[in-house]
Design a protein around this ligand. Structure first.
Ligand code: FAD
Length: 461
């Protein structure tokens, strides 16, 4: 039995790990296009800022780990073609072209940062000097080296999670940071606009310049980047912002062209569709992590995998199945996510409101402020919470929490309740742990659930 895994990131390495755990004899080969064994991409912004002292410490599955587990890891080796009839992949690596046969194939090809089509941003089909992407180790090292040369004036285009984490890191390193974006809020794929105010305030207080609702017309400068030209939507005014560095934080696109060529069905946004076994529409071919899409547990619609957690869960399931075992994902992604920016934890689970609006679900939401501790006990931190539930039966659909601490575990707890099909009334009655120095008698989540119950009662009367 031979398993070939294309891509050695979080999803691919985990697939190899669980394929090996499942079967001690199966032949496992991982082809990785870069020179790095599996490392934490999530740690890159913190290695950029120096909080994590060395880029090398981000490596989680070293080449020695692969050797110990008898997994053939080929670095600097790209899979360039696949013949599903002969069940073989064609690779190009340090020793030239090669063919390798497989019984099961796993796509773990991840995603690539997208380059916007803005006048002057590219040179020779590649972002010009002074323009940076931030997806992998080399991107992060190059940006760090560039910023170490002197204090930079940085414009970050977009406010994705990656863009904002880099904004914080570059700011901590002493660079001047401006964020420019088309829409009115930040982190818009992670939280609703009405949950972003504490973050926007924290960013501004830290000294980050935020320019929203404007389009970027051009990158200025002949050789070196000298600035950008923006057009404000509110008054159609044109403005130039001086900068010597541009970071694109506008999102990523799945690497799914190889899968498409072998006939795997793709989602609307180009991700490889998989079932609960992580199998694609082509039998014996699996896909995992950022290149793939699976069902959203709440809306039932296709959702791209976009977190390290999803990548690892999918890697585990595909690895076990590819080596002859039986494993399944839950009935959909919860999309549990968190980050910490400018002193605030921002956590969420389930779809944001715009995704719910696009689905057939009718829903009610309750947004409340509370504290991590009882009001009489010193040191409590403010929490802003939003709970969303089904208008039809009160089932919990999603939750967002923003505050200095205690957000991630609250979102995770609601994730468990969504998975269990529990309702707002169950949350309102949830017996939460209480002691004055630790937590209040009525948790802010339960308070938000009470708000839902009132709205549900009103809607039925
Ligand atoms: C800066 C940053 C911060 C993040 N922070 C978080 C976080 O805090 N929490 C969280 O849950 N998620 C976070 N994520 C997302 C998380 O890192 C990804 O979901 C996860 O890395 C996806 O793993 P993957 O294996 O699917 O893809 P990748 O890690 O992208 O790995 C894919 C690999 O496939 C290789 N490859 C592609 N095509 C080929 C080919 N043809 N031949 C050979 N090799 C190929 C690529 O070189 C790459 O190494 C972050 C991502 C970034 C970029």
């Amino acid at each position: 039995m031979k398993i070939v895994i294309v891509g050695g990131g979080a999803a691919g390495a985990t697939a190899a790990q669980f394929a090996r755990k499942q079967d001690r004899k199966v032949d496992i080969t991982v082809f990785e296009g870069t020179g790095y064994p599996q490392y934490s991409r999530c740690g890159l912004p913190y290695a950029l800022s120096g909080k994590i002292p060395s880029f090398d410490s981000l490596v989680e599955f070293s080449t020695e780990w692969f050797q110990r587990n008898r997994i053939n890891l080929h670095l600097n080796t790209r899979v360039t073609g696949i013949d599903t009839n002969r069940k073989s992949v064609e690779t190009e690596g340090p020793n030239g072209k090669k063919e390798t046969e497989y019984d099961s194939l796993i796509f773990a090809t991840g995603a690539s940062a997208t380059v916007l089509n803005i006048q002057g941003i590219q040179k020779n089909n590649y972002p010009r000097k002074g323009v940076f992407l931030f997806r992998g180790m080399d991107d992060a090292k190059t940006l760090r080296k560039w910023c170490d040369e002197r204090t930079r004036t940085v414009v970050i285009i977009g406010s994705s999670l990656v863009g904002l984490e880099c904004a914080e890191s570059l700011h901590e390193l002493g660079h001047e940071v401006t964020i420019v974006k088309r829409r009115e809020s930040v982190l818009q794929r992670m939280i609703d606009n009405d949950m972003a105010d504490p973050l926007i305030t924290a960013m501004k207080n830290a000294g980050i310049e935020l320019r929203t609702i404007c389009s970027i017309e051009a990158v200025l400068g002949e050789e070196a980047v000298q600035g950008i030209r923006i057009r404000r939507k509110e008054d159609d005014g044109v403005e130039e912002i001086a900068c010597d560095t541009i970071l694109l934080g506008t999102g990523q696109a799945p690497n799914s062209s190889l899968a498409e060529k072998v006939g795997c069905d793709l989602s609307e946004r180009g991700h490889i569709k998989v079932d609960s076994r992580c199998e694609t529409s082509v039998k014996g071919v699996f896909a995992v992590g950022d290149c793939s899409a699976y069902k959203d547990i709440v809306t039932g619609r296709e959702s791209p995998a976009f977190t390290g957690t999803m990548a690892v869960k999918m890697g585990k399931v595909a690895g076990i199945n590819a080596s002859g075992g039986e494993a399944e994902l839950p009935d959909g992604f919860l999309k549990t996510r968190v980050t910490k920016l400018f002193g605030l934890e921002i956590a969420a689970v389930g779809p944001i409101s715009s995704e719910l609006s696009e689905s057939d679900l009718k829903f009610v939401q309750s947004r409340v402020k509370g504290s991590t501790l009882p009001t009489y006990y010193p040191g409590g931190k403010e929490l802003l919470v939003k709970i969303v539930a089904s208008l039809e039966d009160g089932k919990l659909l999603s939750c967002q929490v923003v505050g200095e601490e205690g957000c991630a575990l609250r979102a995770t707890a609601i994730g468990g309740m969504i998975l269990g099909g529990l309702r707002a009334e169950d949350l309102a009655m949830l017996e939460t742990a209480y002691a004055p120095p630790v937590a209040p008698t009525v948790d802010v989540l339960a308070a938000a659930a009470e708000g839902i119950l009132i709205k549900l009662r009103r809607s039925r009367s």
